[in-house]
Write a protein that binds this ligand. Structure first.
Ligand SMILES: *Cc1c(COP(=O)(O)O)cnc(C)c1O
Length: 351
């Protein structure tokens, strides 16, 4: 068709499957196995549905103010969006316009190259070292901006604050985005560097550590100047990105610090126990500080294990991509879920 010549053609992101059958074990998209904070449920049940007649606060103030108080920054330093995917896409559009390539690791969150494609931003990938760590020297070449997750996905490896600072400090002329989707599971946040670097943008999400993937809440924190530019793009795009329930329930979740710490603590404990058991079964993996383990087996191909697990109704993630095709990314579930996984693997690897 003639009209097709003028269609923007993009390669879409492929998310992990979302099957939902009773009894299945879903360890493929890094969701939290525990419910959101109890106050979130209470507020959801008591919410005044008449308020839904009206447009929500276009500045998402309830949520922005709760996040600003929690992270000890000014509300003008906080931007929120419909999941951190929305925040990241908006940030790519706002900050990566030099025409020079944006840099990110070769093995990383597979949405970065999709957004680069969508927003027509050139990019170059920097190979992770053999040990799966980021090599900061790679990020000293001329570039139009930098983005990387810390801890990285799907490796789960954390970079120290010194490494993050080295990258930010050597790139003062561009915006550096640190995607901290998994920082709550044992990492040190780059928020500590905000006072020194006005080109640093730290992105977070409620989908993993805060057990609210279904509400779609993401945020980022940076200098007032950076956040101001992001808001201008957002208001040129859609004034009302965040719905009222997300603003109120998200703010409530942030206030329930005790429950949050407890949930994250349980996931960390289960992760460390799972690491021990998987080693005994012949798996090896980078030392994850996230809510998943990126594991390879000494003798059984990853694709084969993936298929066997699937047939047992246990879903994990596997990519047929260079460097990582022998690895499985396994989300940390409850102790009971991990016991079922480990029980299956024990029989499987010994067979
Ligand atoms: C899960 C994830 C996100 C996006 O999460 P949202 O649900 O859109 O908030 C962003 N970056 C990384 C590295 C992730 O793993």
């Amino acid at each position: 068709m003639k009209w097709e010549e003028n269609v923007r053609k993009v390669v879409p992101y492929v998310a992990g499957e979302q099957p939902n059958r009773p009894g299945m074990i879903k360890l493929n998209t890094n969701e939290c196995p525990y419910p959101p904070a109890p106050g979130v449920g209470r507020l959801a049940r008591e919410m005044d549905y008449d308020a839904l007649r009206l447009y929500p606060d276009m500045d998402s103030r309830p949520l922005v103010e709760a996040l600003a108080a929690y992270y000890h920054v000014e509300p003008a330093q906080v931007f929120v969006g419909v999941g951190s995917d929305d925040v990241l896409s908006m940030a790519f559009m706002t900050f990566f316009n030099s025409g020079k390539p944006v840099l990110f690791p070769d093995v990383t969150y597979s949405f970065y190259d999709v957004w680069a494609g969508l927003h027509q931003i050139p990019y170059r990938t920097c190979p992770l070292g053999e040990d799966w760590h980021i090599r900061p020297a790679d990020y000293c070449q001329p570039n139009g901006g930098i983005v990387f997750p810390n801890p990285n996905a799907p490796t789960g490896l954390l970079e120290s604050l010194d490494v993050v600072e080295e990258i930010v400090a050597s790139n003062r002329d561009v915006v550096v985005i640190v995607d901290e989707a998994y920082i709550d599971f044992g990492g040190e946040s780059a928020l500590a560097l905000l006072d020194q670097y006005d080109n640093l943008l730290v992105v977070g999400t409620f989908s993993k550590s805060r057990a609210m993937a279904g509400l779609r809440i993401g945020f980022c924190i940076g200098s007032e100047k950076l956040i101001g530019y992001l808001n201008n793009v957002k208001f040129a795009f859609n004034s009302y990105t965040m719905n009222l329930p997300a603003q109120l329930l998200g703010a409530e979740a942030v206030r329930e610090e005790g429950y949050f710490r407890e949930t994250v603590g349980k996931i960390i404990a289960t992760r460390e126990r799972t690491k021990g058991k998987m080693k005994e079964l012949g798996f090896s993996f980078p030392d994850s500080k996230a809510n998943f383990i990126f594991a390879t087996h000494a003798s059984i191909p990853a694709g084969q294990i993936y298929t066997a697990l699937r047939e047992a109704d246990i879903y994990v993630r596997h990519w047929d991509k260079p460097r990582i095709s022998e690895y499985l990314r396994i989300t940390i579930g409850t102790d009971q879920q991990m016991d079922r996984l480990l029980g299956f693997l024990e029989t499987y690897v010994r067979a």
